[in-house]
Ligand binder design. Structure first.
Ligand code: PMP
Length: 456
């Protein structure tokens, strides 16, 4: 389908409100780039330019773009049964089959799936379930949910309250009451001389301090992404999660693993919980569940909580029109088949993930503004610093990540700039040649960033 780019840009400027966008800036730039096709890890825009997508869309297209099987699964389900819901004692076959499949794939003890449409809705759902659970347990005071600095859990009012992002909180009077935050396990910024493992334990213990300060009788749950994604690909030391698990058990705090980015193979395991030995009471799933082909999210509910809510809770007054939409569930089932059949989890963890990391290390070896390259499976970050030895940052509070991101963009490479880092999370299907190309283009973007910063 050919499109009139100028007309679409005009219409966009007049009528379309983009997510997370400064519209004044966008219009000064002449409007958005319009993507018209995609195949594998390559996007094509309306001018016919091919763009290498090292972000899998928004960390979601795990199986790559353009999979015929997923289109066929959607078409088949749309033809058989385009919609029916899960209210009033009904359901559909793909909805139930997907719930059972997720119970089998996720760690033991997470036997039930509640479906929603986005990660934000799934996390909102968890907030309600957590508080309802404690009320049923006779502890209605346990309401506070603790998240972390740089955490990202969504954009609805409750999910954004879980986030550790001050700029989001500054708009709309957030966080809501009964949300608290502790430090992120961000070794590059925090470990200093103490070493990563000691720092991981220290970061976990800030949770314990917070619980004791608030009173364990008031704290309901802790939420964390196994690896923090949108906050800057913050990879915790191995000592971190076991200590968090101990603290939650000892103080009777529910543990929520937000696997919206980490799930479905990205870390080289089906779920981040398996990589870090986390035993959560809830898991948030979205993105890779359908590889972004169609909106779907799920809350995996642990047996302890589900038992109480079901046995003692009566009706839970919560659900979306599209909870368990049959077309989304059919696409998810076909997507999970592809991930399993094509060995994409192992590929991310043992093949293309380490390959891409090694290539980046080679091409960026000794680069004057690169302070660290870190990764886990198929997600990673490149830290940009003024001084490689002291890790001193450039002035401007996060400006350099965006500078590097813009150089990538102009070089037809999609990476994301988060504060002082450039991050990546490509499809798990990326080839070695494509990984080589990512490394070369990233190098060029960082060279240009260094030039702009006056570093040679
Ligand atoms: N949790 C995490 C870890 C995420 O990365 C995101 C989105 N980037 C969300 C929740 C929110 O998901 P959605 O945008 O689908 O609401």
């Amino acid at each position: 389908m050919s499109v009139d780019t100028a007309e679409l840009k005009r219409l966009s400027g007049a009528h379309h409100w983009h997510p997370f966008t400064d519209h004044k800036e966008l219009s000064a730039l002449g409007g958005p780039r319009i993507i018209t096709h995609a195949e594998g890890v390559w996007l094509t825009d309306s001018a016919g330019v091919r763009i290498l997508d090292a972000m899998a869309g928004l960390w979601c297209v795990n199986v790559g773009y353009g999979r015929r099987e997923l289109a066929d699964a959607a078409y088949g389900q749309l033809t058989d049964l385009s919609f029916y819901h899960g209210f009033f004692k009904t359901t559909t076959a793909p909805t139930v089959q997907l719930a059972a499949r997720l119970a089998e794939l996720t760690p033991p003890g997470l036997s039930r799936a509640f479906f929603a449409n986005s990660g934000s809705e799934a996390n909102d759902t968890i907030v309600r379930m957590v508080r309802h659970y404690w009320a049923l347990k006779g502890k209605p005071g346990k309401k506070i949910i603790i998240g972390r600095d740089h955490g990202y859990h969504g954009t609805t009012m409750a999910a954004a309250s879980l986030n550790g992002m001050p700029a989001m909180h500054a708009q709309g009077g957030l966080p809501l009451p009964d949300f608290a935050h502790v430090m992120a396990p961000y070794p590059f910024e925090g470990q200093g001389e103490m070493g990563a493992e000691a720092f991981g334990r220290l970061a976990a213990r800030t949770l314990e301090e917070k619980i004791l300060q608030l009173g364990p009788e008031n704290v309901a749950a802790f939420i964390g992404e196994p690896v923090q994604g949108a906050g800057g690909v913050i990879i915790p030391p191995d000592s971190y999660w076991p200590e968090v698990g101990r603290i939650c058990r000892e103080h009777d705090i529910l543990l929520i693993a937000d696997e919206v980015i980490c799930g479905f193979g990205r870390l080289g395991h089906w779920f981040g919980c398996q990589r870090y030995g986390i035993s959560p009471d809830f898991m948030t799933l979205a993105k890779g569940i359908t590889s972004g082909y169609i909106p779907l999210s799920a809350v995996m509910v642990g047996d302890r909580v589900a038992g109480t809510l079901i046995e003692e809770g009566g009706e839970f007054y919560h659900g979306f029109t599209y909870s368990g939409h049959p077309v989304a569930c059919a696409v998810a089932l076909a997507n999970l088949d592809i991930i399993a059949r094509d060995g994409l989890v192992r590929r991310a963890g043992e093949e293309i993930g380490p390959y891409l990391r090694t290539r980046l290390e080679e091409v960026l070896d000794g680069h004057p503004i690169v302070g660290e390259i870190r990764s886990e499976g198929m997600i990673g970050a490149i830290e940009i610093v003024k001084d490689r030895r002291t890790r001193e940052r450039f002035p401007g509070n996060g400006r350099v990540g965006l500078m590097a991101r813009d150089h990538c963009f102009h070089n037809d490479l999609i990476m994301r700039g988060i504060r002082d880092s450039l991050v990546y999370a490509p499809a798990l299907t990326m080839t070695e040649d494509e990984a080589d190309e990512v490394a070369q283009r990233a190098r060029r973007a960082l060279d240009l960033t260094a030039r702009d910063l006056g570093v040679t």
